[in-house]
Design a protein around this ligand. Structure first.
Ligand code: 3H9
Length: 694
């Protein structure tokens, strides 16, 4: 067995180091070695105190999530280690850096003292994996910081910084530098006095009335168990029990709830999402040591909302940006947007004024494109006009420094053509950001036929640097996300023409879990934007050449109903509030009549969900068959991070497998025979059709 836990002694203090890269997860081997090490140290007569620390970039970041698929966690269970720590006669200090999470924090809570460096962060993020802290977290944390803070931390799953942890009593000391030396000193002082262990499980705990009321109210506000609230409800209930049951009994109850949660669809979906996100960053057949191009400066062409959001994404990661636009007016507006965004962040105490100033100073605006010449990466983010984009790539081919990476933020145009316009096609790819670009985490990275491997690898690594979740798509209409969206919107329009109202459709899909229904979504993104995409793509022969195709969005556009910004679109808006609008319903009816669509009264929420989602899923299967996406998980990542697909359903491809491919294929067959199969709308992709035969 590899040596994962080692001990070094200084004076009367033993320093235990766990080294299990990359994040020191608590695997069975770590647990076995840690427990036996602690037993030996407890016996050692020349040891008066112990420090537990981790090597590498972080203290223990939790249990090994891959062990969750096993029927039982291999022994020893973390609770056995924690119980041993509770029984030790020598004080044990956890010395933490990086991210102390889940079972890592539960280990620290079982130690008798906790110290950390100033950059450390702490959390119990189990609910994000659909489980609850299962190694004492729900019992020890409230004993240390009170019920209110514990409920907030456990139910939200967010990390808290060292400063906040110190304030709440979660940790005892913060050291600005030299954590190892300072923690040793701390332990030496403990060893030199009679100060013994402080054992949280020995503390009696009862929350006061106000805290109990808060916890109950918090519980009532959580989503229902079948809408992503299963683990969070159990997590809060288990935490409340800290004040109600004896420690040991509550610990058993916590363990029972952990196992119950671990086996739910919610947890399986969230665990899938966790690993899919990380797998998406990997490019098949790319050597791990592939050399990357250095990116120290970024140029952006187009200072509209998109370009400005992209600029802030880079500034947030400390990268200098040159934001170029020909229009002084647009540049002035961009400057205003940047300032107001950061000022709001300061007002909301999300960053200091100095930090905001530093980020603002990183973005330099100009109307002179020659200033982009020295940038390592240049991203074109002008509006979707193919001729203009082609001209920009020709120009970039002339002015960009040799080796610079050239990217387009297009959401629908052929990046292969832009690559060839540049005259240096190997350096070109697509970087499809989602609006607002400084907030939305998805980045679709579009690999052209000619993109050099090191260019692709550089951008995937850069994505992580700017805190984006990236997935690679090949070149095709709409790439992964918008291509799949097309069938979803097509059926939305048919349903509207059949007599379903926008609010009925939106509520059906939101009730199912989508963050926003399709009508509200287009109203927000702009009916004009959506209609232009349909027109352009029909012209390019990538959508059915039929006047009735997506006619609803086109009619709304012709009548100036551009969506929320115009005060009306699919809905009428009272402020930001969408209200059903009789004149929009009239447009849907008119179009239905004109194109011979039968009005119906029997549309159910389930039909809305199946008719909208199944074409979307079917397109995902085609995308995989064609090799546009590397893996099914990449498609899930796109939908989870870019389109508000509910994380507790794991993404469209994971959902298809959990609901049953056969169910989906059979429903598509049913829709085809009931509704006709014009333009192959209900064609079942080959890889999905297999489910019908199986
Ligand atoms: C828990 O603790 C339950 C207990 O209460 C009860 C038990 C009974 N396990 O994210 P990165 C892998 S639940 C296994 O790219 P970063 C990850 O897949 C757990 N593997 O790095 C990736 O592998 P690869 C509670 C894990 O620096 C590699 O490590 N804890 C685990 O951007 C690097 O990861 C959590 O939920 C794990 N626990 O971020 C924390 N964690 O290279 C989950 C990571 O093959 N982890 N890996 O793709 C995280 O949030 C981030 O990984 C972290 C580092 C912030 C730590």
């Amino acid at each position: 067995m590899a040596q994962l836990v080692t001990v070094a002694q200084t004076g009367l203090v033993a320093v235990v180091t766990i080294a299990n890269p990359p994040v020191n997860a608590s695997t069975q081997a770590v647990r076995v070695q840690l427990l036996s090490t602690l037993r030996q140290l407890e016996q050692g007569s020349d040891i008066r105190a112990v420090v537990i620390r981790c090597a590498g970039r972080t203290f223990m970041a939790g249990a090994d999530i891959t062990e969750f698929d096993l029927p039982e966690l291999p022994e020893p269970h973390p609770n056995e280690i924690h119980a041993y720590l509770d029984s030790m006669s020598k004080p044990v200090v956890a010395a933490m850096h990086g991210t102390t999470l889940g079972a890592g924090l539960e280990l620290a809570l079982s130690c008798h003292y906790r110290v950390a460096d100033a950059g450390a962060r702490f959390g119990l993020p189990e609910v994000k994996l659909g489980v609850i802290p299962g190694a004492g977290g729900t019992q020890r944390l409230p004993r240390l910081v009170g019920l209110l803070t514990a409920v907030q931390m456990i139910s939200g799953g967010e990390m808290v910084p060292a400063s906040q942890a110190l304030e709440s009593g979660l940790i005892d000391a913060v050291f600005e530098d030299d954590l190892a030396g300072s923690a040793l000193q701390y332990a030496l002082e403990l060893a030199g006095t009679e100060t013994g262990p402080r054992v949280l499980s020995h503390r009696t705990f009862s929350a006061d009335e106000a805290q109990r009321i808060f916890a109950k109210q918090h519980l009532e506000q959580l989503p229902p168990p079948d809408r992503g609230g299963h683990a969070r409800r159990h997590a809060v209930e288990a935490t409340i029990q800290a004040g109600q049951l004896p420690f040991q009994e509550a610990l058993e109850e916590e363990r029972r709830r952990f196992l119950l949660c671990r086996d739910t669809d919610e947890s399986k979906a969230l665990r899938h999402a966790f690993f899919a996100e990380r797998a998406a960053a990997r490019i098949p057949n790319m050597p791990a040591n592939a050399s990357l191009r250095p990116i120290q400066s970024v140029g952006i062409i187009g200072a509209g909302t998109m370009g400005t959001g992209i600029a802030m994404s880079f500034a947030n990661a400390g990268l200098p940006v040159i934001l170029q636009d020909l229009s002084e007016e647009t540049l002035t507006r961009a400057g205003g947007l940047i300032r107001s965004t950061y000022e709001t962040a300061v007002k909301k105490q999300r960053m200091s004024a100095a930090e905001a100033d530093r980020r603002i100073a990183l973005i330099h605006t100009t109307n002179d494109d020659l200033q982009l010449a020295g940038c390592d990466l240049i991203i074109e983010a002008v509006f979707e006009d193919f001729d203009i984009k082609k001209a920009i790539f020709r120009r970039l081919g002339e002015i960009a420094r040799p080796g610079a990476i050239l990217a387009s933020n297009t959401s629908s145009l052929d990046v292969n053509v832009l690559a060839s316009c540049s005259g240096r096609a190997a350096d070109v790819l697509g970087m499809h950001f989602f609006s607002p670009a400084h907030i939305m985490r998805l980045l679709e990275v579009v690999r052209c036929d000619t993109t050099a491997p090191d260019v692709l690898a550089t951008i995937m690594q850069l994505a992580k640097r700017i805190n984006k979740v990236a997935a690679v798509s090949g070149v095709c209409f709409g790439f992964i996300g918008n291509r799949m969206l097309e069938g979803y919107l097509r059926e939305t329009e048919f349903l509207l023409m059949e007599g379903a109202t926008p609010s009925f459709i939106d509520q059906a899909l939101e009730g199912w879990g989508m963050a926003m229904g399709p009508c509200r979504m287009i109203d927000m993104a702009g009916v004009d934007v959506a209609a232009k995409v349909v027109l352009e793509q029909r012209k390019a022969g990538r959508l059915p050449d039929d006047d009735s195709y997506r006619i609803v969005v086109q009619r709304l556009y012709e009548r100036g109903r551009f969506g929320q910004k115009a005060g009306h679109g699919y809905y009428r808006y009272e402020g930001r509030q969408p209200v059903e609008d009789e004149s929009a319903l009239e447009i849907f009816r008119e179009q239905g009549e004109q194109y011979g669509v039968r009005q119906r009264r029997d549309i159910t929420a389930q039909e809305v969900v199946e008719r909208c989602l199944y074409p979307l899923i079917a397109e995902g299967y085609r995308i995989l068959e064609e090799g546009i996406a590397y893996r099914a998980g990449d498609i899930d990542v796109v939908w989870l991070h870019g389109y508000g697909f509910p994380s507790y359903r794991g993404g469209p491809m994971f959902y298809a497998r959990s609901v049953g491919e056969h169910t989906i294929a059979a429903a598509m067959e049913r829709f085809a025979s009931a509704r006709g199969n014009r333009y192959g709308y209900w064609d079942i992709p080959e890889s999905l059709a297999k489910a019908l035969i199986a």
